[in-house]
Design a protein around this ligand. Structure first.
Ligand code: HEC
Length: 206
């Protein structure tokens, strides 16, 4: 049984509202950007918004995973990355701009990086890369000019609940992961590690 309690529901509403405000702004502004600084700010803000959304979901796992009847722990699978990909998919459908979360150590193979993302993810992991800095560049594909941008995401304490060593996981979470992700490589992280990146593609100066 999948229960949605009041807290989960109000979180959904808040996330949806904040995202529609951001989306409206992005949709209106991205086409008017005619220099890199403008499109970079837009890309950076959008990604920060997705990182914040994911982080809220990670920090509130204890509130979310409660059986409303018994009050006991009940893992619902409402995890940050799931919310992240749903928001990213909706965003892409609404605006036509691609937003995606990816990593070099994948849990879900659908999140695999493309060539550009893989190259940038490797640079995030290189020693001396400035923590938290995004990387972006204007590119030409066919007749279109696009701007690609990616920001690293780091492992926080709350992420360890599902991304630390397998033996440290709650049995409910371990079971859920084993059933859904037979090719799961997203274990063994510690706080501060680069977990992956959020990448966005925007039209630019067309
Ligand atoms: C309650 C469990 C849980 C927590 C907490 C959690 N994750 Fe995940 N994570 C998952 C699951 C499940 C997936 C696969 C989601 C999917 O199918 O797209 C995933 C996937 C990801 C991905 C996408 C790449 C991939 O491997 O498929 C990233 C990036 C990621 N997590 C980062 C984080 C970060 C950063 C945090 C902390 C802010 C975090 N996760 C917290 C369960 C969790």
């Amino acid at each position: 049984m999948y229960y949605i309690n009041k807290i989960t529901f109000s979180m959904f509403i808040t996330i949806t509202l904040l995202w529609s405000i951001t989306l409206t702004r992005i949709y209106a502004e991205s086409r008017e950007c005619d220099h890199t600084k403008c499109v970079k700010t837009l890309a950076d803000t959008t990604i920060d918004m997705l990182i914040a959304t994911r982080s809220v979901v990670a920090k509130n796992q204890d509130l979310i995973n409660v059986d409303p009847v018994s009050g006991n722990y009940y893992f619902k699978g409402f995890v940050p990355a799931m919310v992240g990909s749903e928001v990213a998919n909706d965003f892409s459908l609404m605006t036509g701009h691609k937003l995606k979360q990816t990593s070099l150590k994948l849990r879900n193979p659908n999140n695999a990086p493309d060539e550009w993302e893989e190259k940038v993810l490797r640079s995030f992991e290189a020693s001396g890369y400035p923590k938290g800095a995004g990387f972006g560049e204007a590119l030409v594909t066919g007749d279109n000019k696009i701007y690609r941008y990616m920001k690293p995401i780091y492992v926080e304490k709350a992420c360890l609940e599902c991304h630390s060593t397998k033996k440290n996981l709650r049995p409910e979470i371990r079971k859920f992961l084993e059933e859904r992700y037979p090719y799961d490589h997203a274990f063994g992280y510690k706080e501060g590690d680069v977990r992956g990146g959020i990448s966005i593609t925007l039209p630019f100066g067309n």
